[in-house]
Design a protein around this ligand. Structure first.
Ligand SMILES: NC(=O)c1ccc[n+]([C@@H]2O[C@H](COP(=O)([O-])OP(=O)(O)OC[C@H]3O[C@@H](n4cnc5c(N)ncnc54)[C@H](OP(=O)(O)O)[C@@H]3O)[C@@H](O)[C@H]2O)c1
Length: 323
């Protein structure tokens, strides 16, 4: 099979297409013929080996040679203990623990997969598994009249988070680079902020901050929160994440605010909820661009360098637009 591989952390040009043996599923695993794989920030992080948690699988060399965690496709084969799927089923899921989605075939734990709704294309379905749980769990506290800020709102998870918070009746402020401000308004954001020219922690105060790309100090988050407000860190450089983990509890506790990490619970139980909202017409899926497998380096560059509005999708074999 063809796969996009890499052997050293670095920029997108360390990636190359290579012929590899088709993987074999373990007893509780499913082999998926991948139709579409969406790009997440975690792919960019795994490519560069930064933040440091992205080297979890291999400190000096990538532990997994093939990136790609959000997939949609057809079941090709199942392990002996798999009960919910059979060859030919259309499925989608998040294989972050194994990676390998930027390839013609990928192995997935049975527990990571769900049956793909017939009315979603494979490309659309591939946008939901990782970004969906982040956005749903990150906006669970959004409510009528609450002031919610989404930092990193123009990306994959942020695009869903803005819409979910808005639907919950919140007043939504979205932060991202200048090229994404109109896009975030189109998703329903009431206010938008360009992070390159304005420090959002000097605006507010907010009742809920969902931070997809933590870059500020715990004191700055405290300043931006209303009393009783909540800050949730989803990702960012390790020193920032550790500062939130350790200092957030102390600073938050002393100031009557809650500052902490959002450890996202992954899996079908969560991303299927978002799929249902999409099918009901409540939430839109935004695919900025689709690239063929050979152009995974370009796709990662477009996404990682800040040019993508919403999601970027890899069309593995020219069938991602099929439902
Ligand atoms: N906590 C958990 O359990 C868990 C689980 C899975 C994933 N994650 C993390 O979740 C995050 C979700 O990422 P995603 O896939 O939604 O990312 P994404 O699609 O890349 O979106 C991130 C957005 O943030 C913007 N951004 C970059 N730097 C910024 C800054 N300083 N201030 C404001 N916005 C900024 C980016 O724009 P530019 O284009 O300008 O860079 C981009 O639009 C990742 O950090 C990932 O590691 C966490």
């Amino acid at each position: 099979m063809r796969a996009v591989v890499y052997d050293a952390y670095g920029p997108p040009d360390v990636l190359r297409v290579e012929e590899m043996p088709k993987p074999a599923p373990g007893p509780d695993q499913v082999l998926v013929e991948v139709a579409a794989a969406s790009v997440n920030l975690s792919d960019w992080e795994g490519l560069h080996g930064t933040p440091a948690y992205a080297r979890f699988g291999g400190l000096f060399r990538p532990g997994r040679r093939v990136l790609g965690s959000d997939i949609a496709g057809w079941v090709d084969a199942v392990g002996s203990e798999v009960t919910r799927f059979r060859p030919g089923d259309a499925v989608y899921g998040d294989i972050l623990t194994l990676m390998g989605g930027f390839a013609e075939y990928a192995v997935a734990p049975e527990s990571a997969l769900a049956h793909k709704p017939a009315s979603l294309t494979f490309a659309e379905a591939s946008t939901l598994p990782q970004a969906g749980p982040i956005a749903l769990q990150g906006t669970a506290a959004a409510d009528l009249g609450r002031r919610v800020l989404v930092n990193g709102g123009g990306g994959g998870s942020g695009s869903f988070a803005i819409q979910l918070a808005k639907q919950a009746g919140a007043h939504v402020t979205a932060v991202d680079n200048a090229g994404k401000l109109d896009y975030m308004r189109s998703l329903g954001a009431d206010e938008v902020i360009d992070y390159r020219t304005e420090d959002y922690t000097r605006t507010g105060p907010y009742d809920l901050i969902l931070d997809l790309v933590a870059r500020r100090s715990v004191f700055a988050y405290c300043r931006a929160l209303a009393r009783g407000g909540r800050y949730l860190c989803v990702g960012g450089p390790v020193p920032r994440v550790l500062a939130v983990l350790i200092g957030g509890a102390v600073v938050g506790g002393l100031s009557g605010r809650r500052i902490g990490l959002l450890l996202v619970r992954p899996g079908p139980r969560y991303f299927e909820q978002l799929a249902d909202r999409c099918l009901a017409g409540e939430i839109d899926i935004h695919i900025d661009r689709t690239f063929p497998l050979d152009e995974v380096p370009e796709a990662l560059a477009v996404h990682g360098e800040g040019h993508a509005l919403g999601k970027v999708v890899i069309d593995i074999a020219g069938r991602a637009r099929e439902a």
